[in-house]
Design a protein around this ligand. Structure first.
Ligand code: AMP
Length: 461
């Protein structure tokens, strides 16, 4: 049978020869190409994906899964929120099932390295979810909790181990984990590994992996060090990109409030009187700052919790669980602690302090635009943070709306080299009078600010 006819039959189309029939084939082929059924995933994985309610693969899944199933190495430029965990987990589970090697004591068959405990825990949860109809055994190992149960888990024989680098090295050095049987290695959030100083640990771990293996590396950005690391780890990798940072952040309604440092808490209280802010993630630069903001919110009657590196793992998990369940309306976090937090339905992100790294800004605001959703990101900017704002605008290749509709605007004097100051210094400088954005006038009360409308101006690009 000639191929066209076979395709015709496969499509189940009976109106041969007609334009309707041809259109029917094309639509079916295209739907198949962009749906999970076109990805050749095995039935137990399809069942799990369906029960998660995923109707279509995300772009990173569409681009990665076929190559990973085919055994290629892969370098993925993707940040959290793009569905990258399923992109590497689904093919990994399929290949481990198909290769069928038995699990052995202290010798996992696949290793996923993640920079933080939160991210490692979430990846392990995803593996349990996607692998629930398979017979593979998985486990997670990170620091800050007893090593004993992790030793027992490894000795019982695992197929997939998710780990943070430090704890994995401890387990390896004590003889509880050997990497000689690793078939698949995934390095997640490589750029964050770099920020956290983990690259030497990653190299030490990678040196113990067998030469014949499949490797995937994911990173939201590709600094030189990460590229060098990738060159040493990957063999002839396929390169995939979810979406450049600038297009991902376009889904987020971003605005900035110029406010003196000592008025930030008051401004936060005012904003939180708006009931549209249902689930809010608030970022501070320091651990001490996170505690202070959470205490302030408690005093104001806003249910909140803080997570940062000084909190025990148990305390972090408890707060995160309460935020996920909706018992807490606000979660205050530092960048590192918030890394990898996977909470759906975050309506707003508030940058109580602006980050000095533009990439952190992109990571932060991406928390409110998970898996195709949109959201609002509000940044407080005091006079010392204006240079950070300029760097951010350069990175995201757009200006952030200035919201003047609050009592503290104009209280912080603009430095000479800032917006409206020395000509030519800012790419987004404007000397035009403020113009209103959105449909509403500047009449909305400060407490009623919804992150939409109100009086705001977009500096000319
Ligand atoms: P990740 O980027 O892996 O952290 O995933 C972000 C969120 O997207 C998680 O809550 C996933 O459950 C969700 N997700 C992953 N793949 C899909 C999909 N194909 N459709 C809808 N949601 C998805």
């Amino acid at each position: 049978m000639y191929p066209g006819r076979r395709l015709w039959r496969a499509c189940g189309c009976r109106i041969r020869g007609s334009a309707v029939g041809l259109r029917c084939i094309l639509v079916k082929v295209m739907l198949n190409m962009t749906s999970f059924s076109g990805l050749n995933l095995m039935a137990p994985l399809m069942k799990a994906v369906e029960s998660e309610g995923y109707s279509t693969p995300t772009p990173i899944q569409l681009k990665s899964i076929p190559h990973l199933l085919g055994g290629r190495d892969l370098m993925g430029l993707a940040q959290t929120g793009t569905g990258k965990t399923a992109a590497f987990t689904l093919p990994m589970l399929q290949r481990l099932t198909e290769s069928g090697n038995p699990s052995q004591r202290n010798s996992p068959r696949a290793l996923i390295l993640a920079p933080t405990r939160e991210l490692a825990g979430q990846i392990a949860d995803s593996i349990r979810t996607y692998g629930k109809h398979l017979k593979l055994r998985s486990g997670v190992a990170y620091g800050g909790v007893s090593i004993r149960s992790q030793i027992n888990m490894l000795s019982s024989g695992l197929d997939v181990l998710v780990a943070t680098p430090g704890r994995l090295l401890d387990l390896m050095n004590q003889g509880h984990c050997r990497l000689g049987r690793i078939e698949i290695f995934v390095l997640d959030e490589a750029d964050r590994m770099l920020d956290m100083g983990f690259i030497p640990d990653v190299r030490r771990i990678a040196a113990k992996l067998p030469a014949i293996r499949q490797t995937a590396l994911f990173s939201a950005t590709m600094p030189e060090t990460v590229l060098k690391l990738a060159a040493g780890l990957l063999t002839d990798p396929i390169r995939v990109e979810a979406a450049p940072a600038a297009t991902t952040v376009e889904k987020v309604d971003q605005r900035v409030f110029f406010v003196p440092k000592d008025k930030k808490s008051d401004l936060l209280s005012k904003l939180l009187t708006n009931s549209d802010i249902k689930r809010v993630l608030i970022f501070t630069r320091t651990k001490h700052g996170a505690n202070k903001v959470a205490l302030h919110l408690d005093r104001e009657g806003v249910s909140s919790g803080a997570i940062h590196g000084n909190k025990s793992q148990a305390a972090r998990q408890k707060v995160l669980g309460e935020f996920k369940s909706g018992r807490l309306r606000a979660l205050v976090a530092t960048d590192i602690a918030a890394r990898g937090i996977d909470v759906n339905g975050i309506t707003h992100v508030i940058n109580f302090d602006l980050p000095n790294e533009p990439e952190s800004y992109v990571h932060r605001i991406g928390r409110t635009a998970r898996a195709g959703a949109s959201g609002v990101a509000i940044s407080f900017c005091d006079s010392e943070e204006r240079a950070f704002l300029r760097d951010i605008e350069k990175t995201i290749r757009r200006s952030v709306l200035v919201d003047e509709n609050h009592p503290y605007h104009g209280m912080a004097p603009a430095p000479a080299n800032d917006r409206g100051g020395m000509p030519g210094r800012s790419r987004f400088k404007s000397n035009r009078p403020p113009r209103r954005s959105g449909g509403r006038s500047g009449q909305s009360s400060h407490g009623g600010h919804s992150g939409h409308g109100g009086q705001a101006r977009r500096p000319a690009a």
